[in-house]
Design a protein around this ligand. Structure first.
Ligand SMILES: CCCCC/C=C\C/C=C\C/C=C\C/C=C\CCCC(=O)SCCNC(=O)CCNC(=O)[C@H](O)C(C)(C)COP(=O)(O)OP(=O)(O)OC[C@H]1O[C@@H](n2cnc3c(N)ncnc32)[C@H](O)[C@@H]1OP(=O)(O)O
Length: 170
């Protein structure tokens, strides 16, 4: 892939929280109405990310017709949403809440409607409050070269403070 996103080469190691979702279990939705993972988001992606070892998680997105952009292929914004959510959920294994500051998507190949898209996400490391994460996506039926990849720079926030202020805006 050809991303230009720069991951610092001197990241601090990130640590899995002692009470993080057990390996093999679904990371619980952080908000029932979240477009990415919420069960009550009628038009949402309904992603179920399975926690892996360390700071990793995997999910499969069934690329439904309602996710189309160009004829027969996934909308780029839908893929970006899925990547954002996958990295955000994986970050939660650290026991912190981090919001997206920068999202980078490498659309390496068209992804057809009907694809079962496997997404593998992991936390790469930290720099103070900054969390660097990545995700790679494959065709689950015919694994081979990645179809797309993503990177994110997330910033750890106090969720009550962050979302209270976000909702207080006039
Ligand atoms: C009412 C009660 C509610 C309770 C809720 C409970 C739980 C909620 C749960 C979870 C939700 C979150 C995540 C869950 C998982 C998945 C969902 C996906 C995540 C998202 O979809 S989330 C939506 C989109 N997201 C936003 O809505 C963010 C809007 N934004 C801001 O809220 C601020 O912008 C913020 C907080 C990002 C930073 O603000 P800030 O003031 O806290 O910090 P500051 O600016 O100092 O940045 C600190 C360091 O990050 C560097 N930095 C910042 N921005 C950068 C950029 N763009 N490029 C390069 N570097 C950047 C600085 O350069 C500095 O770096 P350094 O430390 O080296 O100087």
């Amino acid at each position: 892939m050809k991303t230009t996103f720069v991951v610092p080469d001197d990241l601090e190691p990130a640590r899995r929280a002692d009470d993080a979702t057990a390996v093999g279990d679904v990371i619980p939705p952080h908000n029932k109405r979240c477009f990415g993972c919420g069960p009550d988001a009628m038009q949402g992606l309904h992603l179920q990310a399975i926690a892996g070892e360390g700071l990793t998680a995997t999910a499969v997105l069934e690329v439904e017709r309602r996710f189309a952009g160009g004829p027969g292929v996934i909308h780029g914004g839908i893929l970006a949403s899925a990547f954002d959510e996958m990295m955000g959920l994986t970050n939660m294994l650290m026991g912190t809440i981090a919001v997206t500051a920068v999202l980078d998507v490498d659309y390496a190949a068209p992804i057809q409607v009907g694809t079962s898209l496997r997404m593998d996400a992991r936390v790469l490391g930290l720099r103070g409050r900054k969390v660097y994460s990545e995700v790679v996506a494959y065709d689950a039926a015919t694994p081979g070269d990645p179809l797309a990849g993503g990177h994110g720079l997330f910033v750890v926030v106090d969720p009550v403070d962050h979302f209270t202020r976000a909702n207080a805006r006039p």
